[in-house]
Design a protein around this ligand. Structure first.
Ligand code: KIV
Length: 269
């Protein structure tokens, strides 16, 4: 089973790693067979599984249920679980929520935010709970942003994002996840932290790992699809199509053919 030390080793060696969201045991097994390196039980399950229009209604109980199902189906990947909206608003809430999802089978928890999470990150880390901090576009704050928009589009806002990354890494964050930022910002942040793996979604090809929502990469998202998504299912056929889509994604991440230019935000700062 892949560990946090393996992710650090991959970064040191320049070996990219794959991550997909997953919410159930059978998909988790298919991801094990396809050798997907890491799995995120994302609160995107609010939209993908529950049919909600944002991640906000998702509860800790939902995350426990899906984490346990995924963990039973997969013996290979390093597993991250999102702490949902408002479940880490106080230190006590954060400890209780993180304890529950770790006991359900997560190897790491993911929180959305920036420098203001430093105390939460250090408290969780001191209590033996590794933390990934999700920065850039953070969907739990969609109503603060006023929509799902590319972040850090200017030198000033990129520097603010970098300062947030430094603060949470200093507090103990073991992994960073960047969503919807210019490719140049994804590269700068990945290079800045030699011991901290950085995962990107819409953050360019130079982050250490890549993540996609599984429904997006299987072409099961109807309506608007984000620029950073590639449909890996389109290229497959036959009864092993889903498995082959996962394998093709893993290979494309390793070879850095995904994300291509058309999946990234090329913005001059
Ligand atoms: O919940 C989720 O699926 C996520 C990804 C978009 C990174 O946080």
């Amino acid at each position: 089973m892949i560990s946090l030390s393996d992710l650090r080793k991959f970064k040191a060696e320049g070996r990219k790693f794959s991550c997909l969201t997953c919410y159930d045991a059978s998909m988790a097994k298919a991801m094990e067979i396809a050798e997907i390196d890491t799995i995120l039980i994302g609160d995107s399950l609010g939209m993908c599984i529950q049919g909600r229009d944002s991640t906000l209604p998702v509860t800790v109980e939902d995350m426990i249920y899906h984490t346990a199902a995924v963990r039973r189906g997969n013996n290979h990947a390093f597993i991250f679980t999102d702490l949902p909206f408002m479940s880490y608003a106080t230190l006590n809430d954060a400890l209780a929520s993180a304890k529950s999802v770790m006991q359900a089978g997560a190897h790491m928890v993911k929180l959305e935010g920036g420098a203001w999470l430093s105390e939460t990150v250090s408290t969780l880390t001191r209590n033996g709970i590794p933390v990934c901090v999700h920065l850039g576009l953070t969907p739990q704050s969609v109503h603060v942003f006023g929509g799902y928009k590319v972040q850090a589009r200017t030198r000033e806002t990129a520097d603010q994002l970098i300062a947030d990354c430094k603060a949470v890494v200093d507090a103990g964050a073991a992994v960073l996840l960047l969503e919807c930022v210019p490719a140049q910002v994804g590269k700068e942040i990945s290079e800045l932290f030699p011991n901290t793996p950085v995962i990107g979604i819409g953050a360019g090809v130079d982050t250490d790992g890549q993540v996609l929502v599984v429904q997006d990469m299987l072409g099961l998202t109807f309506g608007r699809v984000a620029k950073f998504v590639r449909n890996f299912m389109k290229e497959q056929s036959g009864e092993t199509a889903i498995l082959d889509a996962f394998k093709a994604y893993h290979v494309a991440v390793m070879e850095q053919s995904f994300p291509a230019k058309e999946h990234t935000f090329q913005i001059e700062l």
